[in-house]
Every structure is written in structure tokens, then in C-alpha cells.
Design a protein around this ligand. Structure first.
Ligand code: SF4
Length: 250
């Protein structure tokens, strides 16, 4: 007979961002050794994200399960002959959600924890229903008391003696796909243009290359190309237009 599991796993999906790290820290504080950590690598991450995960492993004294499909989001969209955007999210489905679902089905019964907070209440219901339909419990540790504000995450992580991931230090509000998330808005693309012009240019040329194949669609809404954004010299002010959800938006 195989080894029987003595506990119900508490599984936290880490994104590499500070919110999910704080969420995981809360779950570990409550359930200790019964907590399992999962991260899906899109092969398109900022290098410093891996340093952050390494530091978290030291703090928590446990390994993070690191899954990697091997394809990047642009490669997924090339295969599908679609220009990714916040309307076409096969990158997150194929590189993160499907493998996570496969993993969690092997861990049932389990409870999964998502790093969404009270400002994202419109995002809670969808994933909660879907995971519960599979037989998993779902909880949101950032809704536990005391309630935290987004600005608290940064102070908490610093208080652990861990350096904030580079993407935040560059002014991004997320650590998703090295600042080239297909969901992000114009503000974040402009940040990328300023902080990593080579990567921005690569994405701009990728968008133009794909347009020759699939037609005149764009990553940004309203047909705005990265080329036109590059030429726009105005400073964009962050106004909540960026939609940076990934794994939790299912
Ligand atoms: S972070 Fe953005 S680009 Fe990366 S997998 Fe998620 S939705 Fe796709």
C-alpha cells in the first residue's frame, strides 16, 4: 500500500509577485508544513523573479514546485495564429492554469489559496466556482484580518529582509512576464519602453510580424499599436487602466 497522506494539502499558487508571496506567508503561518507552493514559469519572466523565489524558499524553508511548459506566451500565440491581448488569454490557460489544474487533481482533496484582495472582488467568484466544481476548497488569504492594502505588501516583504522584485523597483505594479504581459495596458508598455527598450522593441516587431499573418489586430485595446505608443512622447499617468490579472483570472 502506498504512503497515506496524513493531511489535506493547502496549495498556494505563487506568481512571482509580492501579493501572492504575502498570501503564501499567511497560509504558511496558519498551516505550516501542510502548505505546498506552486509556480508556473512562462519562460518569459524577468531574471530577478527567480532570485525572489529563491529568497522566499529560504524564508519559508521549503521548496517551491516550479513547473515549466517551455513555450513562451508569444510562442503560444504564434501557434494559435492570434495576437494576444486581454481578450485572448491562451497564454495563461496553457502555461499556467491547465498544468495547475492537472496538478491539483492529483492532490484532491485540497484547498487552494489565491492572492486576490478586497480591491479585486470582481475577480473572486469565477475561479472560486471553477475550483470548487472540481472538489477543491478555495480561500483568499489577503481577505483575512487584518485586511491589507496593496502598499502594505511591499513593506511586509521588505520587513522579511527580502529585496522587492526588480519589476516593482522599475515602477511596474506587477512582476508578470518581464513587463511584457499581453494583458497590461499602455502605462505598463510605456514603462517597458523606458526601462527595457530592447524588450519593448522586440515586442513591437513581434506585433508587426504577426499582423502580416493574422491581420491588423493589436495587443492593446482600440487598435493602438506598440509602434504608435512608442512614438507618443506624452508621459502616461497610471489611472487603473492596466489589467494585470493572469493566473487568478480564469
Ligand atoms: S502574465 Fe500576461 S503574458 Fe504572461 S502568461 Fe499571464 S496573461 Fe499571459
Amino acid at each position: 500500500m502506498g504512503l497515506m497522506r496524513k493531511y489535506k494539502p493547502h496549495i498556494v499558487s505563487l506568481s512571482g509577485g509580492i501579493a501572492s508571496a504575502v498570501a503564501a506567508d499567511r497560509v504558511i503561518g496558519r498551516y505550516g508544513d501542510e502548505v505546498e507552493l506552486w509556480f508556473a514559469d512562462t519562460s518569459w519572466e524577468d531574471d530577478d523573479l527567480y532570485r525572489f523565489l529563491d529568497d522566499l524558499e529560504v524564508r519559508w524553508d521549503r521548496e517551491i514546485t516550479r513547473y515549466k511548459d517551455g513555450r513562451t506566451p508569444p510562442q503560444v500565440f504564434e501557434e494559435e495564429r492570434v495576437i494576444g491581448s486581454n481578450r485572448f488569454l491562451s497564454c495563461t490557460r496553457k502555461l499556467k492554469i491547465r498544468p495547475f489544474v492537472k496538478h491539483l487533481k492529483q492532490r484532491l482533496p485540497c484547498v487552494i489559496y489565491l492572492g486576490l484582495d478586497w480591491t479585486e472582488s470582481h475577480r473572486l467568484e469565477g475561479p472560486k466556482r471553477r475550483y470548487e466544481d472540481m472538489g477543491a476548497g478555495v480561500d483568499f488569504p489577503l481577505l483575512w484580518e487584518p485586511r491589507l492594502m496593496k502598499r502594505d505588501y511591499m513593506e511586509l516583504v521588505k520587513g522579511w529582509g527580502i529585496e522587492i522584485p526588480m519589476m516593482y523597483r522599475r515602477g511596474f505594479s506587477h512582476n508578470n512576464c518581464g513587463g511584457s504581459c499581453f494583458r497590461q495596458g499602455a502605462y505598463a508598455w510605456k514603462k517597458l519602453q523606458q526601462s527595457d527598450p530592447d524588450r519593448f522593441r522586440w515586442m513591437m516587431e513581434w506585433e508587426e510580424g504577426m499582423q502580416k499573418v493574422v491581420g491588423n489586430h493589436t495587443i492593446l485595446n482600440r487598435g493602438r499599436s506598440l509602434r504608435s505608443l512608442e512614438a507618443d512622447g506624452r508621459q502616461l499617468v497610471f489611472g487603473g487602466i492596466d489589467d494585470e490579472g493572469c493566473f487568478c483570472d480564469w
